[in-house]
Design a protein. Structure first.
Length: 425
């Protein structure tokens, strides 16, 4: 297909997955609105329909909790094709939602959409951005209160689903401590839509649902959850995305925020940068998350190790080391960056977050490489990602060893990534 026809196909997918101002990731497999999916999708919409981009973010914050959390799923309309649904989560809010969150790409998306609106001279850009800016600020305050109560400058996840990288090898050791017993009957629907060999294992799901049971028993109170959590990881990927989103809110605050908000965001941002900087491991040439229960570094080589690039300007020696490490991961692959290093014993090129390449993660890593003066490597990752989509279609993820498209198809955030990265490559 020509680039123009691929762009038209991406537009068609986003239209097909539109459910009335919000976009589902793909039909049947994921029939609701997902948090970080929608943030990436909004940036894709901003390339051709800025009003619709704003609407994506506005629909997402309809599910925002009073304490500021933006849940990872907003159940705008019922569907029986996904488990766990609203009945399992048992949250009590204006709109049914899950009880956990996801990577806070929202602030990054808001700046992207606002700048696209200004470029098009949209008259209602400022009031729409201001309302969303306040929602983002409430969310960032929640992250500090609920997920960094000890002031480490690192925010924690209490469930692997919050990371977006559900079954990543990074969680193997910490998740192994979580019991497999559940109060909730598990009725997996995902393996009815996608080959089970590409999805998390049944044992993973038992542990995932055990955690949901624990936090539901805490009535979704952040303090009680923090104390009861059998899984607690200070995650460098999550912190990096939050730090970058905070920097983007700082940029918006220059014209849309108060002096107090500017100062608050600046302090928040500095704390995250300091926390992230302490997680650099020179012997690994990458960053490492911290298991707060065991107190040990998580050294599993996963894509999360590179995402801090999107937030930090590294010293020259660190830049050289991390570039060389990424090159090592890419060696011999059709498309990278894989979600797990191909030399790792945990690498599975077709199983969800244990090896496959995700277009949106490459988008983040490439952004970080651009910020750290690695233009050639960034462009190479962008170009091979676009080529993989052109060859295999708008799939959920890709086998790095063959380029084969895997998981769900007609995937919204892959379409969005094509629209944004295709303009660069």
């Amino acid at each position: 297909m020509t680039t123009l026809r691929m762009e038209e196909a991406a537009h068609t997918i986003l239209a097909r997955n539109d459910r009335g101002g919000y976009t589902v990731p793909t039909d049947r497999l994921y029939p609701f609105q997902w948090n970080w999916d929608s943030a990436f999708v909004a940036m894709g919409f901003a390339t051709y329909d800025v009003d619709r981009a704003y609407r994506e973010l506005e629909r997402l914050i309809e599910g925002q909790w009073d304490d500021g959390m933006i849940p990872h799923i907003v159940f705008h309309a019922p569907s029986d094709t996904y488990f766990p649904g609203p009945d399992v989560w048992g949250t009590r809010h204006r709109i049914p939602t899950s009880g956990i969150t996801q990577p806070p790409v929202f602030g990054m998306a808001l700046r992207h959409v606002h700048e696209a609106a200004l470029a098009k001279g949209m008259e209602d850009a400022e009031p729409r951005t201001k309302a969303l800016f306040q929602a983002a600020l409430r969310s960032h305050r929640w992250w500090l209160r609920a997920r960094d109560p000890d002031g480490l400058g690192l925010v924690s996840i209490l469930h692997p689903w919050e990371s977006g990288s559900d079954n990543s090898p990074a969680w193997d050791e910490a998740l192994a401590r979580v019991p497999t017993a559940t109060k909730t009957a598990i009725r997996r629907k995902d393996t009815g839509h996608v080959d089970a060999s590409m999805r998390p294992r049944d044992e993973d799901y038992q542990r995932f649902i055990h955690l949901v049971d624990v936090y539901r028993d805490c009535d979704w109170d952040p303090k009680r959850q923090w104390e009861a959590a059998p899984f607690k990881v200070a995650d460098v990927q999550m912190t990096a995305i939050l730090a970058r989103a905070t920097a983007d809110l700082m940029h918006l605050a220059e014209s849309l925020g108060t002096e107090e908000e500017k100062l608050e965001l600046s302090r928040m941002h500095q704390g995250f940068l300091e926390g992230l900087s302490r997680r650099w491991r020179q012997d690994l040439s990458r960053f490492a998350s911290l298991d707060l229960i065991s107190g040990r570094d998580i050294e599993a080589p996963t894509q999360a190790c590179f995402v801090p690039l999107v937030a930090l300007r590294l010293a020259d020696t660190q830049q050289a080391a991390i570039r060389a490490e990424i090159e090592r991961w890419l060696d011999g692959l059709i498309v990278g960056v894989p979600s797990t290093a191909p030399f790792s014993s945990a690498f599975e090129p077709k199983r969800y977050w244990r090896g496959p390449v995700w277009a949106v993660v490459n988008w983040l890593i490439a952004d970080g490489l651009h910020m750290n003066d690695a233009e050639d490597l960034a462009r190479r990752i962008e170009r091979t990602t676009v080529q993989a989509i052109e060859k295999a279609g708008f799939c959920e993820y890709f086998d790095p060893t063959t380029g084969e498209g895997l998981g769900g198809d007609t995937f919204s955030w892959t379409a969005a990534a094509y629209l944004v990265l295709g303009q660069r490559s």
